[in-house]
Design a protein around this ligand. Structure first.
Ligand SMILES: [Zn+2]
Ligand SMILES: [Zn+2]
Length: 389
């Protein structure tokens, strides 16, 4: 069966205590469950702040009340509609800079052990994505020894990522362990065409996740997976690529819509649009620029045009409904009320039905987005790109 999975969602608070400071306080376990099921239409969610003792405590209570049921292959099930995978995003200390990775574990016991071990490396384990005083390779060994998997997160973003701010190659970070990394998360502003210009990624699967810091942003990027059963074991098998378990397609923003697509000059607010990479501001000559994902990849690529491995899934440019011209909060609510979830609106509802509810213009825009026919103005410097009306 096919499932929609978003494996990078943050928690704002648990046990009335802050967890991820920069995330919305409305991101609680229960709100995430309900939002995935009733608004987004997500079937599998990876929650990446589960090593916080406050979150662990809530998970323990929910297991005790049998609100969430452990699955034999790992992960837990809520209302028999949503699979939850326990994860923790960790910031490691690299030779130059810091990088984010997500550790995923099959069970509550394992992530609890992980939390205990990591508290030796992290000053405040209660807060999420705190800097740990160890490198990615050592983190990888800890995660593996507990039966987990480590996925390098948003690998190209200019801040706190392996390619974006630490290394020209993942192999410099993981060395001989790189072969055992099964997957990397592309992150906003990068797609399969970008990533497949780097040779060492040819054997890795790609994940497109939302990195949601608010309920609304859940599923702005996601993966469609064919799975025998929606549990931890089958999801990992899909990341490795298998006959019965595999990623069918990635759904992500057009890289141009990402906040860090092109190089940005903080001195004069210039966003680069040149076809070749820019290393200093073409407008004011400032060298203290924020290198965009496009520009960074162009600098470190092995191939000038992407070489896709045979089994690479299709990457579909996905326009979140809130980006589509004419769709405000009210219209979005109306769409979900009528069609059940955002996934249904984005993927399945036909033009006639859409027109009946939101009129012809918006219906046309939704269909154009589905077919990848909207045009965009590039983003950069922390400002999202725009759909051109
Ligand atoms: Zn991160
Ligand atoms: Zn994150």
């Amino acid at each position: 069966m096919e499932y929609f999975a978003d494996l990078h969602v943050h928690i704002g608070q648990a046990k009335n205590q802050p967890v991820k400071i920069t995330a919305s306080r409305r991101l609680t376990l229960h709100n995430i469950y309900d939002h995935c099921i009733n608004k987004k239409g997500i079937d599998i969610v990876g929650i990446v702040d589960c090593a916080s003792p406050f979150v662990l405590e809530e998970i323990r209570e929910q297991l005790e009340n049998e609100e969430i049921i452990p699955l034999p292959g790992g992960g837990v099930r809520y209302k028999d509609k949503l699979t939850i995978i326990f994860g923790a995003e960790i910031e490691t200390t690299e030779v130059k800079g810091a990088a984010h990775s997500i550790a995923f574990f099959p069970s509550y016991e394992q992530i609890k052990d992980f939390s205990r071990i990591m508290s030796e490396y992290i000053t405040n384990i209660r807060l999420s994505t705190q800097k740990a005083s160890l490198c990615a390779k050592d983190l990888f060994k800890i995660v593996k020894s507990l039966g987990g998997e480590l996925i390098p997160a948003h690998v190209f973003t200019p801040f706190k990522s392996f390619y974006g701010s630490c290394y020209d190659r993942l192999s410099y970070a993981f060395e001989d362990e790189l072969d055992k990394i099964i997957s990397v998360e592309l992150g906003l502003s990068a797609d399969t065409d970008f990533a497949d210009t780097i040779r060492e990624l040819a054997t890795k699967s790609f994940l497109t996740n939302s990195d949601a810091h608010s309920l609304e942003k859940i599923a702005r990027e996601y993966n469609k997976m064919e799975l025998e059963f929606p549990d931890f074991k089958n999801v990992i098998s899909a990341l490795k690529g298998h006959e019965n378990n595999y990623i069918v397609s990635n759904y992500g923003l057009d890289p141009k819509l990402g906040k860090y697509h092109r190089t940005f000059c903080p001195a004069c607010n210039y966003v680069a649009h040149e076809t070749s990479p820019v290393e200093k501001c073409p407008n004011c000559d400032n060298e203290g620029i924020t290198l965009g994902v496009f520009d960074r990849i162009a600098l470190i690529a092995d191939f000038s045009t992407p070489i896709h491995p045979e089994n690479r899934p299709l990457y579909h440019y996905q326009v979140p409904l809130e980006f589509i011209p004419g769709i405000g909060k009210k219209t979005l609510e109306k769409l979900i009320l009528n069609f059940g979830s955002e996934m249904n609106v984005i993927h399945y509802v036909d033009r006639a039905q859409l027109t009946e509810v939101v009129g012809e213009q918006i219906a046309t825009n939704i269909i154009l987005a589905r077919e990848g026919k909207l045009s965009f103005k590039a983003g950069g410097g922390g400002i999202y790109g725009k759909v051109i009306d």
